[in-house]
Design a protein around this ligand. Sequence first.
Ligand code: ADP
Ligand code: ASP
Ligand code: MG
Length: 426
Amino acid sequence: MEKILALNALSWLDRNPQLMVIVQKYGGTSVGSFDRIRNVAQRVKALHDEGHSVAVVVSAMSGVTDKLIAMAHEMSPNPSERELDVLVSTGEQQSIALLAMALQESGVPALSITGRQAGVRTTGSHTRARIDSLDGAQTRDLLEQGNVLIVAGFQGVNANGHIQTLGRGGSDLSAIAIASSLHADVCQILTDVDGVYTADPRVVPDARKLPEISYDELLELASVGTKVMQSRSVEFAKKFGVKFEVRSSLNNNPGTIVTEEHPNMESVVIRGVSIERSQARVTITSIPDQPGMSAKILNALAAGEINIDMIVSNIASDGLARHSFTMHTSDLGRAQAALQPVVSELSPDARVETEAGIGKLSVVGIGMRSHSGVAAQMFQALGDEGINIGMISTSEIKISVTVPEAKIEDAARAVHASFNLDKAPM
Ligand code: ADP
Ligand code: ASP
Ligand code: MG
């Protein structure tokens, strides 16, 4: 833990400077069984016994959130999002109470508290709310009284007092926000891998653990499928300058420090590779090449609350344009329904074509800003593997391509090998 000890300045506790305010977050697998919960209790007890002030944010036991969502769909094919939030937030309430009991069993004064009790005020839509503010006064009082606090992740309440959840993986966001409000000295995200790797180690066996990564790189990776951290939590950490560490809940290996970028980081061209499955493409053909057409199409998708990702447009020699978009396969039906009326308005010949079974492969690295030839090397690696590239999109520090979903893992391994990501940079 030494590495992260000095990370965040300003402890609010007026006490022995050796003692710290520590926020830890344990994900679903880490509290996935009674034994795992006891393991977490032992780890937390060790910190408490050393005299530190500890707030622990906990996810639902693994699989529980999915089960609760399935239960809702048993009752209604289209459950109200408000009621979904009331239901799924109970997953975290089970695990906080169980962890508090395990700690109390070993003599630690532990208290479980809900998002509301922790002062997490949310705003925006149910099931994907944002944190609006966090009143940490009660949390601080309870910690100062010597309690270990076990906080339900993933949940808060909005201005009307309704329970809201923060989107899948949202306990990461709860932890970062609570660490920020407490000015914690240490914020650790404890999970079932040793840190952030150059690729998902389940897909690329020789992926390498990164000692550190910048907020921007992790944010880009998280937004294109690297689920080790929820992307909005990384955005929040960057905005409020919360340094944190991702490490394992099952061993004491050093993890990955997530922090502002520094000049040394630019020497590495590619930090990591990420994949996203279950993508689909929608193409609208024979669009008159006139101003306002793209806006009509995108407005229809926005009105249908459909998140599109890559956009590719081109104009055929006959002066008609075609636009393609990618989205999650689960949005395909709604996208078709939203587009159909608009498309017939555009031109009688315009058509909507769809294709599912697409995967997206991305490479990310801030070094791309100052190195050229990255796209060429990525495309070469895929070509050598006989993998056909569909759509391409780039940002300053990311290149994404679509490939057949059945080839996505081979594609990730080929690109990972081509950039020698298994070897530490010199
Ligand atoms: P938790 O339940 O602790 O929140 P998650 O399942 O959300 O954990 O995230 C951890 C998982 O993220 C790992 O088991 C791993 O398979 C996956 N993962 C994907 N990409 C990466 C990566 N680049 N580095 C580490 N883990 C990754
Ligand atoms: N339990 C929630 C989920 O499964 C939140 C989380 O685990 O972070 O998405
Ligand atoms: Mg997670």
